[in-house]
Design a protein around this ligand. Structure first.
Ligand code: HEC
Length: 721
């Protein structure tokens, strides 16, 4: 019964057990006049510091520092922070978005590009939106079906969808205002990044570099969805006129004829920032396609504008300058990582800079005006280059790192996931430090014996097993090694301290004027640390791995911190407590004195909630068949779907009792036997199990679903009495 009470609490904010009962004070001075107005404009974004109680864009301001001037929660009182309320999320996989808080409403995205809007006063879910992305689109997403959030502008909420659409929704109702395809639907493009909005232009990129696409960033009219400009990151077919004059120059840095036929890569899938004084938007570009440069551009070349920070005019999309972090990249070293702007205090005076900690392990500080390189120091123990030559701005590579030239496999740091990935870093204007979620991994790179274009999946042009012998050698270090939060002084270009994670995994960061940084981890915690010293000051359980970054805002004069939790797999020893998500995906909201608690067991399911009902067909199979199915289930399915057909600790796959496939044997077989969802982690059993066995498993799951339904009906009856 606990669950029903909890969901009431979540749905209505009613003052019931399990809820923080200090919900609303009389003082509502900050209350917006129109809930859900989403009335964001240039002036409001530029003056974000004058309304610190809001969080107007994913990284809070155009500078994208993820720094809040709020200090009501601070290093002296953070211990009093408690869970105020939570909302179960009805998708699993990675939850990567940072909630934005505008005019009394919190907007966030979940896996599968879905949007949810909550009233921050009543905690009621106001609306939700599902773009109905075709689920086989997951095959085109390298790194899960994630989405990193929405943008608000002039009454509307904008998001990019995994299948490449840009969608404008009404901020009050979630109704679709326009929906625009931004990519060729026949190519493996995806969108996981946040749209940025500059003077009424919605700017969006996409992902898919190693799948055979050509990168670009596009601006659309926020009111109509009309395309205004597009900037390609790499040159296209040389027999056609170049779309932009600088692409003719860029083409001279490419060799051969293959790159433009498979797109070349360079996708703009995450980092961007805008400077209003310089009227410039900075975008980060991705890796080459394929990674292996000898295949992509035989004979070398810088391959502009891969792995670069590019400055563009947001009005026209005209190129201003670029800085390439990894010329001729061959290791999947993208420069799409978060980009932030700041005024740094150098001994010789203030300087407006662009900062990035891309995959390749160097921390770059550039002059925001002209892209002049100010510093490029290792923020992690990379082994592909010794340093960056400040005269040329180029990395000085170790020759053996170029496996595609030496023909020899090599182990280097970092591997393809980088020393820092999309996980948001933060900059504190008080401490002057940048807080970077660093991940140290080493990987072997080797050229393939033979390269064949793969139209279905990725085209890295490398052989992942080619370096296996190297990694197996005694003393060799390969794979995931450690992760930590690094406090980095961007002026001195050096480490100040680090906070090590017990369990490998990166998580986004928030810095506040309360001398705090907030970050989750993969052990199932949400933590606050002293921003000056790194001392851990507070912790709360999340029951889920955390990858997203939090945001903070004010409700009725009280500061709250919100974080979306959930990533693939559960923390060790954690059981499922969210019936709708195999990884306990949730929105968690904290405030001083918050006294809510997460459920400690998998709750009984409220059939009315979220439209998820248990509706199994009648069991018609014999006892013998069900018994055979039980044995086969335990041997083949329990590992991922949970023992006894109930997902438990460590279960990564959905609750089959709730599967809509149970009544449709014709639907069950393609998934279970033919590998229709193999790309999403559901193996094909057609070759290993006879059809009688998978039929028997189906009968057993139908039996278990009927058991569950009977239990729920009994619980509902009992509650009614
Ligand atoms: C290695 C892990 C793994 C194993 C073993 C496994 N599954 Fe799955 N299964 C998954 C994942 C992951 C999904 C979710 C795929 C997706 O996102 O669509 C899934 C999805 C399914 C679905 C679709 C559910 C729905 O309604 O969307 C069915 C049916 C299914 N599995 C049946 C089985 C059966 C039967 C077995 C044993 C014969 C089995 N699975 C073994 C990982 C696994």
């Amino acid at each position: 019964m606990r669950k029903l009470v909890m969901s009431l609490c979540v749905a209505t904010g009613a003052l019931v057990s399990g809820c923080d009962t200090t919900a609303r004070s009389a003082d509502a001075t900050e209350a917006p006049s129109v809930i859900g107005a989403a009335a964001v404009n240039t002036e409001r974004l530029l003056n974000a510091d004058s309304e610190p109680g809001s969080w107007l864009s994913a990284a809070r301001t155009y500078d994208e520092q993820r720094f809040s001037p709020l200090d009501q929660i601070n290093d002296t009182n953070v211990k009093a922070l408690g869970l105020s309320w939570y909302a179960d999320i009805d998708t699993e996989r990675g939850q990567e978005s940072t909630p934005i808080i505008v005019d009394g409403v919190m907007y966030l995205t979940t896996a599968w590009s879905m949007v949810k809007a909550y009233d921050i006063y009543t905690r009621a879910k106001l609306w939700e939106y599902d773009p109905d992305v075709t689920k086989n689109k997951a095959a085109d997403a390298c790194c899960d079906v994630v989405n990193r959030g929405v943008a608000a502008w002039n009454g509307k909420i904008y998001l990019g969808t995994l299948d490449g659409r840009l969608v404008a929704l009404d901020g009050k109702t979630g109704k679709v205002i326009w929906d625009k395809q931004t990519t060729d639907i026949n190519l493996p493009y995806t969108i996981t990044g946040v749209p940025r909005i500059v003077k009424g232009k919605v700017i969006i990129g996409n992902g898919g570099a190693e799948y055979r696409v050509r990168g670009y960033v596009t601006a659309y009219d926020s009111e109509t969805g009309e395309q205004l400009w597009r900037w390609y990151t790499v040159p296209g077919d040389p027999s056609k006129p170049y779309e932009q004059p600088e692409l003719a120059e860029a083409a001279k840095t490419w060799k051969g004829d293959f790159y433009w036929q498979i797109g070349g890569g360079g996708t703009v899938w995450d980092g961007m920032a805008y400077d209003a004084d310089l009227d410039t938007i900075y975008v980060g570009t991705g890796n080459g396609n394929p990674w292996n440069q000898a295949i992509r551009s035989p004979g070398g070349g810088d391959n502009l504008y891969l792995s670069s920070i590019v400055a563009l005019d947001p009005n026209t999309g005209k190129y201003k300058w670029h800085y390439q972090t990894t010329p001729g990249e061959t290791w999947d070293y993208t420069a799409t990582q978060p980009i932030m702007l700041a005024d740094l205090n150098y001994p010789e005076g203030k300087r407006r800079v662009v900062m990035q900690a891309p995959k390749n392990g160097f921390f770059y500080v550039l002059d925001a005006k002209d892209g002049k390189l100010l510093s490029a120091e290792k923020f992690a123990p990379l082994t592909w280059a010794s340093h960056v030559d400040m005269a040329t701005g180029r990395p000085v590579e170790y020759p053996e790192a170029r496996y595609e030239i030496t023909g020899k496999p090599v182990i280097i740091k970092p591997g393809a996931l980088g020393m820092h990935n999309w996980h948001p870093m933060a900059f504190s204007q008080d401490t002057g430090l940048v807080y970077i979620p660093v991940q140290i991994a080493a990987a072997s790179y080797a050229g393939p014996k033979e390269f064949k274009l793969n139209l279905q999946g990725t085209n890295t042009g490398t052989d992942f097993s080619g370096g296996a012998a190297l990694c197996a050698a005694p003393g060799a270090q390969c794979g995931n090694l450690e992760t930590y939060i690094l406090a980095w002084d961007p002026v001195k270009a050096k480490e100040v301290w680090r906070i090590k994670n017990d369990i490998y995994g990166s998580t986004g960061i928030l810095a506040t004027s309360g001398n705090l940084i907030f970050s989750g981890n993969h052990k199932g915690e949400f933590n606050a640390y002293n921003a000056t010293t790194g001392e851990k000051l507070w912790t709360a359980p999340t029951q889920a791995r955390v990858v997203a970054a939090p945001s903070t805002y004010m409700v009725d004069g009280r500061q709250e911190v919100a974080i979306l939790v959930g990533a693939r797999g559960l923390p060790e020893g954690q059981i499922r407590t969210n019936a709708y998500s195999a990884n306990n995906s949730r929105l968690l909201v904290f405030r001083a004195g918050g006294a809510a608690a997460l459920p400690t067991a998998m709750p009984a399911v409220d059939p009315a909630r979220l439209g998820v009902t248990i509706d199994p067909p009648l069991l018609t199979a014999s006892n013998e068949t069900v018994f055979a199915g039980e044995q086969a289930y335990a041997a083949n399915c329990a590992l991922c779907h949970g023992p006894n057909a109930v997902p438990g600790a460590g279960s990564i796959a959905p609750d089959l009792r709730y599967s809509g496939l149970l009544p449709i044997r014709n639907g069950w077989n393609p998934t279970v036997r033919d590998g229709d969802r193999a790309q999403r982690g559901m193996p094909a059993f057609g070759a290993t199990l006879p059809v009688e066995t998978t039929d028997a498993i189906l009968a057993y799951v139908i039996k278990r679903a009927n058991d569950e339904k009977a239990e729920q009906e009994a619980a509902v009856k009992k509650a009614a009495n």
